[in-house]
Design a protein around this ligand. Structure first.
Ligand code: CA
Ligand code: CA
Length: 190
């Protein structure tokens, strides 16, 4: 009976931890210029280990304040909307590339999400009014590179910020569940 209850409690504790979610603090924060410069992290992403990258901010992509873009979407002044420009018009433009790849940055429809606390609200193909986006990446033993891709760089100004976050190791989760079982046993003994 006690074992069954402990197992149930362990399951409850494990399910209350979002496995694979980022944790504070960031390992490194990079500023990625809209001039097309490739930014390489100092941090080496360990092979087989999962990380999350948080991209934040907007830059001017077409010479005027209205022509803006974030990591995944860009502003269409004519329609007064933020649009998934790269998908609609041209897959080779206006994207924050990771290791040279066009990736699916995950957005949140919340106006001002706390990126860690509201991590579960971020999803692919979702515009972020806050211009915050997450991307999961598994390390390959190398640094990670970030670059803003555009077809014309001369009319750009500003930059995006990208931060690399660790996720809890499976060992950390086991310790959490063991701690939970210890608390439960202490409670049972009372
Ligand atoms: Ca441009
Ligand atoms: Ca993309």
């Amino acid at each position: 009976m006690k074992t069954a209850l402990s197992l149930a409690l362990t399951t409850l504790i494990l399910s209350s931890v979002t496995i694979g979610a980022p944790i504070l603090p960031a390992l490194e924060t990079l500023s990625v210029s809209s001039d097309g410069t490739v930014e390489q992290s100092t941090v080496i992403l360990e092979e087989g280990v999962q990380y999350w990258i948080l991209a934040e901010g907007t830059y001017s992509q077409g010479g005027t304040a209205e022509n803006r873009a974030d990591a995944e979407f860009s502003h269409e002044p004519y329609y007064e909307v933020w649009d998934w420009y790269e998908y609609r018009l041209d897959s080779s433009c206006l994207d924050l590339l990771v290791n040279g790849q066009d990736i699916d940055w995950r957005g949140s429809s919340l106006d001002d999400p706390d990126p860690i606390a509201h991590f579960g609200t971020f999803a692919p193909h979702t515009f972020s009014p806050s211009h915050m986006y997450w991307f999961p990446i598994v390390g390959d033993g190398n640094a990670v590179s970030l670059m803003i891709q555009d077809s014309v760089y001369g009319d750009n100004s500003g930059s995006l910020t990208a931060s690399i976050y660790p996720v809890p190791e499976p060992g950390t989760l086991s310790l959490l569940s063991l701690a939970g079982m210890g608390l439960f046993s202490a409670w049972r003994r009372r």
